[in-house]
Ligand binder design. Structure first.
Ligand code: ZN
Length: 822
C-alpha cells in the first residue's frame, strides 16, 4: 500500500485517541486531549510502526498534537479539514469539553430517530451505552447485553477500565502485525472498534451520540481523500472551514456497491440437498461482497479505513476523486468475472457520486440527497445490468443452451455440465448420495460444512488467480484476488502463511493463537443445525422434529422504512459519522446478536438454520414452532435494541410447509407474507410493524395477543389418556369452523366497505355463534373462567379480535396435533 495514504489514514485514526485517554485519566491528568494523544502515540505506538521512517513517526505525533492548531505539514492540514467535515460542525470549538466527560456515556442513536408520521419517543435522548468492549467469547448472552441501550441515569461509565483493556489488547498483538501498513491499520481499526464503539467522540458541545470509533475512521477516510487535493483547493478548504463555511468544492468520491440476484441465487435450487447447499451459498454471497471490497481497495490502492459500511450485500467506500476514472474499468472486470462464473445470475452494481465539502455541513449540506442519488444510480444499474458486457458475452447469457439434452444437469442448481472451455463444471453423482451435483454446488456444500465445523477463524490471503480450471467458489474469489479459508484453532497454525490476514470469528480477542497473529475480528451470522453424525440437518428432519404438526417454516424479517430512517430519521443531525454509527449498530444486531438469539431459542442446535442475517434483514428456516418463537423473540429484542422507539420497527413474514416442499416457493411465500405485513395500516394510520403468519398480516400487538392465547389454550387441550379438566380437541375444531365461517362472511361482505350497521350485525352474529359453540363444547367447569375471558377479549372493541380467531385456532391445532383427537 501507498505509504503516504497509510500515514494519512493513521493520523486520522489516532487524532482524537487523547479523548479516550483523557476520559480514563480524568481528575489525574488535566492536559488537552491533543497533547495526551500525541504523547501516548509517540511513546506507545510510533516506535512499533516499522514501515514508517523515523521522520514520519515524528510527523505522526506532531499531526496529532497540532490538529487544533495551524501546522505546516500538508497531511496534518488535510487532517484538520477532514476533522471539520467529518463532524459537520459550523465551526470547531477549540476549548475542551464542558461537563464531566468521565461520566458522560455514549448516547444511543436508535431511540432518537424519528419518522415524521410516527409518535416521537418520549425519552428519545435518555438512552445510552455502558462502557463494555464489543461482545464475544463464551459468556455470550451476558456479554451481548452491552449493545442494548440503557437509561442514561443507570449508566456508570468505567473509562479507566475500558482504556486499560485497550492498552492491554494493544500490547497483546503479535509484533509482526506492525510490519506492514495493511496489517497495522487493520488491527488498529479492530481494536478501536472493539473498545471505542461506546466512547462518545463529542469533540464539541454537540450531542454525544457519535462513537469515537466512527468519528476516527470517518476522519481517517476523509484525510486520505483531502490529502490528494491540489494545494490551492486544500488551502481554500482550510481557510473557509476555519470560519465555518463549507465550500461548493468536490472533495471525495462516495462509491457504492450492490450485489444483486441474491434471492434467485439462494432459493432457485431444488429441495434435494437444499439445506446442505444453502449455508454455503449464503456465506459465499457475503464472501463475494467482501472480495469485491478487497478488490477495489487493492486496485485503487486504498487503506481499509475507506470502507464506510459493508453488510448484507451492500458496501460504501470513500475514495479520493482520482478514483473516478478507474471505476468503469473495475466495474467491467467485476462484471466479466461474475458473468463467466454465474451467467447472468449474480451481479455487482458499482457506481459513485462526488461529495462536495458543502455536503458535509449539518444544516446546509446535501449528504442525504447524495446518498439517495447513489442508491438510485445503483438501482438503475441493476435494471440494465450487463448491458455493456452482454454484447461481449452474448453466448454465455443467451446460449446456445443445452446440447440436445445430452449433457447431464446438476440436480441442485439445474446447470448443465460444462467440460470444454477454460472453466470446467463437471456434474457427478456420488454413490452414497444418488443426486447429481455440479462442481460449484459441491463446493458450496463444502463451504457450508466448513462453516458449521471450523468457524473459529477466517483467513484472508491475497491471491493471483484467474478464472480457469474447475469452477468452485474459490476459483471465483481467486479471480478477484482473494483466497478465504475457514479454520478452527487447531488448524490455524497449519493454514497460516505470513502475509495472511487472520480474522477471529465471534470474539474480539486479538492476542496471538499458537504463535499466529490475529488481525481482525468479525461476527459470522451462522447458526447451523447438526445431526449427531455431524451432517447438516435437512428440512425434512427439521419438520419431523417440530412439536405438534410435522412442518418446517421459512421466516423472513427486515427493518421497516430503513431508507427513510436514514434519510429523515436523523433530521438536522445527518452527518457521515452518524450514518456510520447507525449502520454499524444495526449490522451488529443482525450479524452478531441474531446467532446468539438462535442459540437461546434452539439450545441443542437441531431445529433452526440461520441462512442469512446481515444488513437489516434475516432469513431462517427451521422447525415451525422454533421459527415462530424466533420471530417473536427477534421482534422483542429489536424493540429493546431501539429502546421502544415507535419509529424503529421490524416486520416479519413466515410460511409453513410439509416435509417435501420446494424451498424457493417457501422463500417466495414467506416474502409474500412479509410484504403483506409491510402493507398493513392500522386504524390510526400507523403502518408496518407487523407480522404475517398463518396467512394473515397482523400488527405485532395483535400477534402477541394470539401468541398468549395459543399458549393458554394449548396447555389445556386434552393430551393422550389423561383425565381431568381439559379442553376437548373438539373444542378446537369448533373454533376453527367458526373462524372459517367468519372469514367467509368477511370475504362476502367485502371487509373494506362495511358500514357501522353491518359491523354491529356481524358482531351480533358472531356472538351468537360463539355462545353456541360455548354451550356445545360443554367444557369442564374448571376451564370456564378462561373461556369466559377469551370470549370477552374476542368481543371487546367492537369484536375487532374476532378476526384473529382463525390464526389462534390454527396455531393451537398445530401445537397439539399428535395428541389423541376425541
Ligand atoms: Zn449445481
Amino acid at each position: 500500500m501507498n505509504t503516504d495514504r497509510a500515514f494519512q489514514a493513521l493520523i486520522g485514526l489516532l487524532h482524537d485517541i487523547g479523548k479516550f485517554r483523557q476520559r480514563a485519566r480524568w481528575g489525574q491528568e488535566r492536559r488537552p486531549h491533543e497533547e495526551q494523544g500525541a504523547d501516548w502515540v509517540a511513546q506507545r505506538l510510533a516506535p512499533r510502526l516499522k514501515f514508517l521512517s523515523p521522520e514520519d513517526r515524528q510527523r505522526l505525533a506532531s499531526a496529532i498534537r497540532d490538529h487544533h492548531g495551524s501546522p505546516y505539514d500538508r497531511d496534518a492540514r488535510a487532517l484538520i479539514a477532514a476533522d471539520r467535515l467529518a463532524s459537520g460542525e459550523r465551526a470547531p470549538r477549540e476549548e475542551e469539553e464542558p461537563g464531566d466527560p468521565a461520566r458522560e456515556p455514549l448516547r444511543a442513536l436508535l431511540p432518537a430517530l424519528r419518522l415524521p408520521e410516527r409518535t416521537p419517543h418520549p425519552a428519545a435522548s435518555g438512552w445510552g451505552f455502558g462502557t463494555a468492549p464489543l461482545p464475544g467469547g463464551t459468556a455470550e448472552v451476558e456479554a451481548w447485553k452491552a449493545i442494548f441501550p440503557q437509561p442514561i441515569a443507570s449508566i456508570a461509565p468505567d473509562y479507566p477500565g475500558l482504556w486499560e483493556g485497550f492498552e492491554a489488547a494493544l500490547e497483546a498483538l503479535h509484533p509482526a502485525i506492525w510490519e506492514t501498513p495493511e496489517e497495522a491499520l487493520t488491527a488498529l481499526m479492530a481494536l478501536l472498534r472493539r473498545f471505542t464503539w461506546c466512547v462518545p467522540a463529542a469533540a464539541y458541545r454537540d450531542e454525544p451520540d457519535v462513537s469515537l470509533y466512527d468519528h476516527l475512521r470517518m476522519t481517517a477516510a476523509l484525510t486520505v481523500c483531502l490529502a490528494e487535493l491540489p494545494e490551492e483547493t486544500l488551502r481554500r478548504l482550510e481557510e473557509k472551514t476555519r470560519t465555518g463555511e463549507f465550500p461548493e468544492e468536490p472533495v471525495a468520491l462516495l462509491i457504492g456497491g450492490d450485489l444483486s440476484g441474491i434471492q434467485r441465487f439462494l432459493y432457485a435450487i431444488s429441495s434435494e440437498g437444499a439445506a446442505k447447499s444453502l449455508r454455503g451459498r449464503s456465506a459465499y454471497l457475503a464472501l463475494l461482497a467482501d472480495a469485491a471490497v478487497e478488490f477495489l481497495l487493492r486496485e485503487l490502492d486504498l487503506p481499509p479505513t475507506q470502507v464506510v459500511y459493508r453488510s448484507g450485500g451492500h458496501f460504501y467506500l470513500l475514495a479520493p476523486l482520482s478514483a473516478r476514472d478507474r471505476l468503469p474499468q473495475l466495474a467491467d472486470r467485476l462484471d466479466e468475472i461474475l458473468i463467466q462464473a454465474h451467467g447472468g445470475d449474480l451481479a455487482i452494481a458499482l457506481d459513485a457520486v462526488p461529495l462536495k465539502a458543502r455536503d458535509f455541513h449539518l444544516k446546509e449540506g446535501g449528504l442525504p440527497e447524495r446518498w439517495a442519488d447513489l442508491s438510485a444510480r445503483l438501482g438503475a444499474q441493476k435494471s440494465r445490468r450487463f448491458r455493456r458486457s452482454m454484447a461481449r458475452h452474448y453466448e454465455i447469457l443467451f446460449g446456445p443452451f443445452g446440447g440436445g439434452g445430452l449433457r447431464p444437469r446438476c440436480e441442485v442448481c439445474h446447470a448443465e455440465e460444462e467440460t470444454g472451455g477454460p472453466l470446467a463444471r463437471p456434474v457427478e453423482t456420488r454413490p452414497d448420495e444418488g443426486v447429481a451435483k455440479c462442481a460449484l454446488c459441491r463446493s458450496f456444500e463444502e463451504l457450508g460444512d466448513d462453516i458449521a465445523r471450523r468457524s473459529d477463524f477466517l483467513i484472508l490471503r491475497p491471491a493471483q488467480g484467474a478464472l480457469r480450471g474447475r469452477l468452485t467458489w474459490r476459483t471465483v474469489l481467486g479471480a478477484l484476488g482473494v483466497e478465504f479459508r475457514f479454520c478452527d484453532r487447531r488448524g490455524l497454525r497449519d493454514s497460516f502463511r505470513p502475509g495472511d490476514r487472520v480474522i477471529r470469528l465471534h470474539d474480539g480477542d486479538l492476542s496471538p493463537v499458537e504463535g499466529v497473529p490475529v488481525h481482525d475480528f468479525r461476527y459470522l451470522p451462522a447458526f447451523t443445525p447438526m445431526d449427531r453424525d455431524g451432517t447438516i440437518v435437512e428440512l425434512g428432519e427439521m419438520a419431523k422434529s417440530a412439536k405438534g404438526t410435522p412442518a418446517w417454516a421459512c421466516l423472513r424479517m427486515d427493518v421497516d422504512h430503513l431508507g427513510r430512517l436514514f434519510r429523515y430519521g436523523l433530521g438536522a443531525r445527518y452527518s457521515l459519522s452518524r450514518v456510520a454509527t447507525l449502520s454499524h449498530l444495526i449490522a451488529l444486531f443482525f450479524e452478531g446478536y441474531l446467532r446468539v438469539l438462535c442459540r437461546q431459542v434452539d439450545p441443542e442446535a437441531r431445529h433452526l438454520y440461520l441462512i442469512y442475517s446481515g444488513g437489516d434483514d434475516l432469513l431462517t428456516v427451521g422447525s415451525w414452532d422454533r421459527a415462530l418463537e424466533l420471530a417473536f423473540r427477534a421482534r422483542e429484542d429489536f424493540r429493546r435494541f431501539a429502546a421502544d422507539n415507535p419509529s424503529v420497527t421490524l416486520s416479519g413474514g413466515i410460511s409453513m410447509h410439509p416435509e417435501k416442499f420446494p424451498l424457493y416457493q417457501a422463500a417466495a411465500e414467506a416474502g409474500d407474507h412479509l410484504e403483506a405485513a409491510k402493507g398493513l395500516r392500522r386504524a390510526d394510520g400507523r403502518d408496518k410493524d407487523a407480522f404475517g403468519f398463518f396467512g394473515l398480516p397482523m400488527a405485532w400487538e395483535d400477534a402477541e395477543w394470539v401468541r398468549e392465547w395459543a399458549r393458554e389454550l394449548g396447555r389445556r387441550i386434552r393430551p393422550d389418556d389423561r383425565d381431568g379438566p381439559w379442553l376437548a380437541r373438539g373444542f378446537l375444531h369448533r373454533l376453527m369452523s367458526i373462524a372459517g365461517l367468519l372469514e367467509e362472511e368477511v370475504r362476502l361482505a367485502g371487509s373494506e366497505r362495511l358500514g357501522p350497521e353491518d359491523l354491529r350485525r356481524m358482531v351480533g352474529l358472531h356472538r351468537a355463534r360463539w355462545r353456541l359453540v360455548y354451550v356445545l363444547a360443554r367444557q369442564p367447569k374448571e376451564v370456564q373462567p378462561i373461556l369466559q375471558r377469551l370470549q370477552e377479549e374476542l368481543l371487546a372493541e367492537g369484536g375487532r379480535r374476532l378476526r384473529w380467531l382463525s390464526p389462534l385456532a390454527r396455531w393451537v391445532e398445530w401445537m397439539t396435533r399428535g395428541g389423541s383427537p376425541d
